[in-house]
Design a protein around this ligand. Structure first.
Ligand SMILES: Nc1ncnc2c1ncn2[C@@H]1O[C@H](COP(=O)(O)OP(=O)(O)OP(=O)(O)O)[C@@H](O)[C@H]1O
Ligand SMILES: O=C([O-])CC(=O)C(=O)O
Ligand SMILES: [Ca+2]
Ligand SMILES: [Mn+2]
Length: 654
């Protein structure tokens, strides 16, 4: 019915058809449901939340639930967490209780507040009088709420991803990574020049551990993630991450393998524990500390402590270091590589330093994604170490990288991106916070992820280099010796800074394409790779995802669609049968044509207008390779003397 200006109803001139009410002729209700069974608003709210398993199952793995009661299981879980958080000098774990101190989460958690354990007998400090609330394996939705309520810089973007800030550090701090040297690690690990393992003693580790644990216990609440590493069921590692930020907990939820509710029930004691107290600095008066940041690894205690950096990648790569120790002990090769598989089961590995294209090229709509960054190669084939991907998203575009674009949605952590203050639309081109903007998402957000993330032995081993000098060919086929030479060299060249005009490219050599994470001497990993490639008949390739037509400044980065065509030709096997010719200096075999790629770009010399500059740049880079390899000339690679000699000869010749 229409209303006139005075608010008085008037009868319309042509009335609408009469509305049919119930046949029984009763009163017309606007709501026929039963009234809510609640006496108070609090009771009503309690109806909204249904009890559930506290984790995100990945698949419906069958398993039997433990026979102990729910209360007993919760008690044991809290006891284990309290033990993790124990101050080793005061000899007792803190009083832990499950749920949010703000009350809301606690009201739906399964443990009442009387479930604290191991109350200290003598109160030696205030901290032993208080409870530490434990937020255990929260779901993404719960972590969103925690982040948005309590952490500055956390926002929901227009597509539902959680935008976060990592603070002052927006990348890893390799110079602040310390490893405890003891009788065992002294002999086992790689120390000294070129090694990423900067030593610290056990005592200093304990000082930093106590600092982190005390910091975490001083908080009202901590986040605890119990998860797995490695999809190979025989070599799965149980990890516990104790952290102070919802951002860190959600990041690890996405990046590690998520246990099913059954697996979580039977989790037991972790194999490795991270204490992330990144908001709190280390003390520079402590021996070995050279800045306020310290990332400390203790293999004997199976623990890692993080102080003074909130960059989440530190946790992911810290665990990767641990795997680089544990796996070779079991004759399994750990790899800083992406990995995917074709419809016919052909597996490819993508090695490369940061920013060379592991994530971009392993995420391929026509292939199954096994993983984008960390893998193991055992006698059974390959397995991903992680449960998620960590993609660079600077200048991300829907057209060029549709699968990564679509993976950025609810549940995904977006680190350090800039967004429109009103629409919350992410501006991927904006480098205001950092150039290293990142998206961390569970691997199943990629539609053709291969779950479980395992595959057969690799057929192709692709070494990626982003050559900002522009002299390496877009693709070369490598002999086994050349593959090993380039694997040990681990070359890429990035451009230092882009703001103030043209900068010289700087060459980076990082053994095994991941010197920051390896724990043993590079030749150990190289020997294992050679043996596996030989045994399984894998072919090595060198792909330059960097510059063409000149160095950075005069040339251009090779177009991603061309690189994709090159990679397609490797996968299909067609490139194996191409016609090849050898380049001078590096002695690389380059194909004369590839479908979908202009033939003239296949030999870099063709693309340089200034041939003299090309030759000079080529020799300059070759010199850098030679100089870098000097450190390795005194080492034997595996048992095969002949291969060692061949590897030494497989570098540039001039
Ligand atoms: N021809 C090309 N090939 C590959 N990547 C390219 C190419 N041209 C531009 N790019 C861009 O380079 C970047 C490659 O980064 P990517 O995330 O794949 O690195 P990554 O090897 O996975 O490094 P990290 O180990 O740090 O995760 C992406 O931003 C991609 O869009
Ligand atoms: O670990 C990180 O911060 C990002 C990454 O994958 C790498 O640098 O290799
Ligand atoms: Ca990556
Ligand atoms: Mn990486």
């Amino acid at each position: 019915m229409a209303a006139n200006g005075n608010g008085v109803s008037t009868t319309p001139k042509s009335p609408l058809a009469r509305i049919q009410t119930q046949k029984n002729g009763g009163i017309c209700h606007d709501d026929s449901g039963k009234p809510v069974k609640a006496q108070t608003i609090d009771e009503l709210h309690s109806l909204q939340k249904k009890r559930s398993a506290p984790t995100t199952p990945l698949d419906g793995v069958q398993g039997t639930f433990a026979t102990i009661s729910e209360d007993e299981r919760q008690r044991q879980q809290l006891q284990s967490i309290s033990a993790s958080l124990a101050s080793l000098t005061r000899g007792t774990g803190p009083k832990v209780v499950r749920g949010d101190p703000a009350g809301k989460v606690q009201s739906v958690s399964h443990v009442a507040h009387h479930h604290h354990i191991e109350a200290p007998t003598i109160s030696v400090s205030d901290s032993s009088l208080k409870f530490t609330h434990v937020l255990y394996n929260l779901s993404p939705a719960e972590l969103y709420e925690q982040a948005i309520k309590y952490e500055k810089g956390s926002f929901i973007t227009s597509i539902g991803a959680l935008a976060t800030l990592s603070g002052a550090k927006t990348g890893r701090s390799p110079r602040d990574k310390r490893v405890v040297i003891d009788d065992t690690t002294q002999d086992e690990l790689w120390w000294g020049k070129g090694s990423p393992n900067i030593e610290m003693d056990e005592h200093t580790f304990m000082v930093n551990r106590e600092r982190a644990v005390d910091y975490l216990n001083s908080l009202d609440k901590v986040f605890v993630n119990d998860q797995f590493l490695n999809w190979d069921p025989q070599n799965r590692i149980k990890v516990r991450i104790v952290s102070a930020r919802a951002y860190h907990s959600l990041f690890m939820h996405n990046m590690c393998i998520r246990p099913t509710p059954e697996e979580l029930e039977n989790f037991g004691t972790p194999d490795f524990t991270i204490y992330n107290a990144g908001q709190f600095p280390c003390n520079r008066y402590t021996h070995y500390m050279t800045s306020s940041t310290s990332i400390d690894l203790n293999l004997a205690r199976r623990e890692m402590v993080i102080l003074g950096t909130q960059y989440a990648g530190e946790m992911k790569k810290g665990l990767f270091s641990v795997m680089h120790y544990l796996m070779p002990m079991r004759q399994i090769l750990s790899l800083h590589s992406g990995c995917n598989m074709g419809k016919d089961g052909d597996v490819a590995l993508f090695f490369g330093l940061s920013g060379t294209g592991k994530t971009t090229l392993s995420t391929d709509h026509n292939r199954y994604l096994i993983g984008d960054d960390e893998h193991c190669w055992s006698d059974n084939g390959v397995s991903n170490i992680e449960g998620g991907c960590y993609a660079k998203c600077i200048d991300l575009s829907r057209e060029k990288e549709p699968d990564i674009w679509n993976a950025i949605k609810f549940g995904t952590v977006l680190e350090n991106v800039v967004f429109d203050e009103h629409t919350r639309e992410v501006v991927y081109g904006d480098k205001s916070v950092t150039e290293n903007t990142r998206a961390a998402y569970p691997i199943e957000y990629i539609p053709n992820a291969k779950i479980p993330c395992v595959g057969p032995h690799p057929k192709n081993v692709i070494l990626l280099a982003c050559d900002a000098f522009g002299v390496l060919p877009p693709v070369s086929k490598l002999s086994l010796a050349q593959t090993m030479y380039h694997f040990i060299s681990g070359y890429t060249a990035l451009v230092a800074g882009t703001e103030d005009g043209i900068k010289e490219p700087t060459a980076t050599f990082s053994a095994c394409f991941g010197a920051a994470f390896i724990m043993l001497h590079p030749t150990k990993y190289a020997a294992m790779l050679a043996e596996k490639m030989l045994k399984h008949g894998a072919t090595g390739w060198l792909v330059n995802t960097g510059w063409s037509g000149g160095s950075y400044g005069s040339g251009n980065r090779i177009k991603l669609p061309y690189t994709r065509k090159i990679i397609d030709a490797i996968h299909s096997g067609s490139l194996l049968n191409a016609t090849y010719h050898k380049t001078e200096v590096f002695g690389l075999d380059i194909p004369t044509e590839i479908e979908g790629v202009p033939s003239e770009i296949l030999h870099p010399e063709n693309t340089w207008a200034d041939k003299k500059a090309y030759k000079e740049t080529l020799l300059k880079l070759a010199g850098l390779f030679k100089k870098n390899f000097e450190t390795f000339t005194n080492y034997k690679i595996g048992k095969d003397n002949k291969l060692t000699e061949e590897i030494l000869a497989a570098g540039p010749n001039f």
